[in-house]
Write a new protein. Structure first.
Length: 100
């Protein structure tokens, strides 16, 4: 599966082209509506994209679960380590690797 990043301003044109050619753009419309709802609830579109990127990086990383595991970065105690670090440190690292 590939991830394609789109600008929100391009979506209406894409939907129009899909429907003009007889396609069904209902899933794309639903995605836009979902992003709009999240946006109005105080989550920006950038945060949604950031969450998707962190999730993609998480899927590629080893996860360790246990009791009293220690993050190698902030040394907090946690029950889950991702590549040896807590979720907060992993997110910070993952977003630092993201190209704008």
């Amino acid at each position: 599966m590939s991830i394609v990043r789109l600008e929100k301003k391009d979506l209406p044109l894409i939907i129009e082209n899909i429907e003009k050619n007889g396609g069904d753009a209902s899933q794309l419309r639903a995605i836009i509506e979902g992003a709009t709802v999240k946006y109005h609830l105080g989550t920006t579109v950038n945060e949604i994209v950031d969450d998707d990127y962190v999730e993609m990086m998480l899927q590629k990383s080893p996860v360790e679960e246990g009791i009293d595991l220690e993050c190698m970065v902030c040394h907090s105690q946690t029950t889950t380590l991702i590549s040896g670090v807590c979720k907060e440190c992993f997110r910070t690292w993952a977003l630092s690797t993201k190209k704008s």
